[in-house]
Design a protein around this ligand. Structure first.
Ligand SMILES: [Zn+2]
Length: 297
């Protein structure tokens, strides 16, 4: 079992000790696609998975989810969280055993998710509807400017100092539900002078680069576990694709994610690292529980 860089009390002490002065931006990887961002002392969680619910669910099946990295922290101990995101309905991004303790510890917290998964978000989190902020990206071809579908669902929202904008995610396609709402999204999270892109689970899709390269992205958080030939789970970017996407959209830094969590669905960051080096792309490879600060490597 891989041990987190910081875990439990040590992790919480690091978060508490992190600078909360003006413009101070710190980020921790929680494993899989989960991140904690702290800016000026405000906190947002992106797609946290901090339980063993998938290991339990698939224990006696042909798809056992054997955990590779120990859990960073008990979600019940994460406090002062303004918002949590869930980019799509899969349990490693919308986990009842993570969300329910988190909601009890943070009763005013907002859950930001695709409008298409509102019912699952409500059931799994236990939050009332008015604390679930459903977003959508209505444009069919993201490379073409707005042709609104007339949807009443917003593309962006604000929680505390965090502005969260929806971006399409292709997991593996830009599928929509019966109401025309995208089933998977990524996020542009803006706060102060910073813009973070958390892609959710996605492959490349037409118009993606055009959509993202004008957004002034400082940091991109991208999956690197790729696609299994048998397609047992919906696919993601390969390491090389993640590096090339970060470079194409002008991200100053990129951090890989969605690996080292489950034995059946992982990758090494080697290909990602080699591609970033080849492109001169700024990057950082974190250990779960590890902290990143801008310019801090
Ligand atoms: Zn996933």
């Amino acid at each position: 079992m891989i041990q987190p860089a910081l875990q439990n009390d040590a992790f919480l002490a690091d978060v508490a000790a992190a600078d909360s002065a003006a413009d101070a931006f710190n980020l921790w990887w929680l494993g899989q696609s989960g991140f904690l961002i702290q800016w000026e002392g405000h906190r947002i969680l992106l797609d946290p998975y901090l339980s063993d619910s998938l290991t339990e669910k698939y224990a006696a099946t042909d798809k056992p989810h054997v955990r590779m990295t120990a859990r960073v922290v008990d979600p019940a101990r994460l406090t002062r969280i303004d918002a949590v995101t869930a980019s799509h309905v899969h349990t490693d991004h919308l986990d009842p055993q993570t969300l329910q303790p988190l909601c009890r510890a943070n009763p005013a917290m907002r859950l930001v998710c695709p409008e298409s998964i509102r019912a699952s978000a409500r059931t799994r989190s236990g939050l009332p509807d008015d604390q679930i902020l459903g977003l959508d990206f209505p444009v069919t071809d993201p490379s073409k400017p707005a042709a609104s579908t007339g949807s009443a669902v917003p593309e962006s929202t604000r929680v505390g100092p965090f502005e969260i904008h929806a971006v399409p995610a292709a997991h593996e396609h830009l599928d929509r539900d019966v109401d025309g709402h995208l089933i998977a999204l990524g996020w542009l999270v803006r706060f102060g002078r910073w813009t973070v892109y958390h892609s959710g689970d996605t492959m490349l899709y037409p118009g993606m680069e055009e959509l993202l390269r004008t957004r002034g992205i400082d940091l991109a958080l991208l999956p690197i576990n790729g696609r299994s030939p048998e397609r047992r789970v919906a696919g993601n970017l390969w390491g090389r694709e993640a590096a090339e996407l970060a470079h194409a959209i002008g991200a100053r830094w990129v951090i890989p994610c969605h690996y080292d969590q489950f034995e059946f669905n992982t990758a090494t960051p080697d290909e990602f690292v080699a591609a970033c080096r080849g492109l001169g792309q700024g990057f950082s490879v974190l250990q779960a529980g590890g902290r990143w600060t801008p310019g801090g490597g």
